[in-house]
Design a protein. Structure first.
Length: 412
């Protein structure tokens, strides 16, 4: 969901805080009353009137029409529809049972329209399956890496594309390589890192070769999905790939590794390298309003600068992780002596992205605000309990540990 008119939400502060307090009192927060749908493999009939809750441990968790919590292996799910993401259902209609290539552009549009981390995870997983089915391993790697980079769930290692690389265009190869490098920096899980390193070793020779041969315009970091311009997808000018997009014989990927392997000790693009592959990872840090730059300002306690950056980003957030941005914005506001406004940001994150680790940290910060600024110790304790329960439910170890450490300070 795009982050629109953040400041206009401040007038609703008391109402939104009461919603979160209510959630803490009853021991949970139902962030959606929408009717989602799931279609299982081997069936053409969708399970309606359910609510999809999470993708975790290789399973889809959902509540059925009776409110009973259920789960199914993700491999058993052919399609899903979210009531608040109509673009996905439209894309699935175009894809059909056999993944019509004409459905790729609508599916990419659904990814751009995704409102939550759950949406993004599923649509990217759907794209991995789509591209793998067409032999487009490079594009499948791009989306698989994006999922792994945003999660510490080791089950995602199972979606690693294993087929030989296809003869993709430079834009697709660069996007996949950049996403793998970004994911290597983001994930903290050893198994996911090992998986990403394998993907990096496969992609790097092809990436380096095409980078040397590329004579066209410079590609924009983060400007493509599946190698297709985001601007073209948004404007409706993008075209579905031709049926011959997949080469009959994937000879190029087998020849490409031969040259780089002659001088092996080139690791998969850590930030310290000065060769071509290091440039994409460095690019995000040059953006003064990037997520990494704001994190750096907060770590250095340059809180006024961080707040100014957040206020600027709120006007046009782009395609960033909004759960993390809301956490950043809340921290910047709180540290600049604006607890009421900070509570709005923390509340929005906890309500809209309940399964994210940032939501757990936002609940912790809300507890601290209620303890210190609002002088409401009972509410602070319940919010901290909710943060700890959410963190344990979604396997966010760091947040669970922090909530446990802070619990005595709100339980007095």
């Amino acid at each position: 969901m795009r982050f629109v008119q953040v400041k206009s939400q401040i007038s609703n502060l008391r109402f939104q805080m009461l919603v979160v307090v209510w959630a803490a009192l009853i021991g949970g927060f139902d962030s959606s009353v929408f009717a989602d749908a799931i279609t299982f493999t081997g069936s053409s009939i969708s399970l309606r009137d359910c609510r999809i809750q999470a993708l975790q441990g290789g399973q889809v968790f959902y509540t059925d029409s009776r409110g009973q919590r259920q789960r199914r292996a993700i491999e058993e799910v052919r399609a899903m529809a979210f009531d608040d993401l109509p673009a996905l259902e439209a894309a699935e209609k175009t894809l059909g049972a056999n993944d019509n290539p004409d459905g790729l552009i609508p599916l990419l549009g659904a990814l751009l329209d995704s409102k939550t981390e759950l949406h993004k995870q599923w649509v990217r997983y759907r794209l991995v399956r789509f591209h793998e089915g067409r032999g487009e391993t490079v594009q499948a790697m791009s989306h698989a890496a994006s999922i792994m980079g945003g999660s510490d769930d080791p089950s995602w290692k199972s979606i690693e594309p294993a087929a030989a690389l296809n003869q993709a265009e430079f834009a697709a190869v660069k996007e996949a390589y950049d996403n793998v490098q970004a994911a290597l920096r983001q994930t903290r899980h050893a198994e996911l890192k090992a998986t990403l390193e394998r993907m990096s070793k496969k992609l790097q020779p092809l990436h380096d070769q095409l980078a040397r041969e590329h004579t066209g315009p410079a590609t924009v970091l983060g400007g493509t999905l599946s190698g297709i311009s985001i601007q073209a997808i948004r404007s409706g000018e993008a075209e579905a790939p031709k049926s011959n997009a997949v080469p009959e014989v994937p000879t190029q990927p087998e020849r490409a590794p031969a040259k780089p392997q002659a001088s092996p000790p080139t690791p998969p693009a850590p930030p310290a390298q000065s060769t071509t592959p290091t440039k994409p990872p460095e690019a995000p840090t040059t953006d003064a309003s990037s997520s990494q730059a704001i994190d750096s300002l907060l770590e250095k306690s340059r809180n006024a600068d961080a707040l100014a950056r957040c206020e600027a980003v709120a006007k046009e957030p782009g395609d960033r992780d909004l759960a993390h941005f809301l956490h950043q914005y809340g921290l910047a506001l709180a540290r600049n002596g604006k607890p009421d406004d900070a509570a709005v940001m923390f509340t929005r994150c906890a309500a809209i992205y309940p399964a994210s680790e940032d939501a757990c940290h936002c609940l912790i910060q809300l507890a601290i605000i209620h303890r210190d600024a609002f002088k409401q110790p009972d509410t602070a304790r319940r919010l901290m309990e909710l943060a700890q329960a959410r963190a344990k439910e979604h396997n966010h170890a760091a947040a669970a540990m922090q909530a446990a450490e802070l619990m005595p300070s709100v339980a007095k």
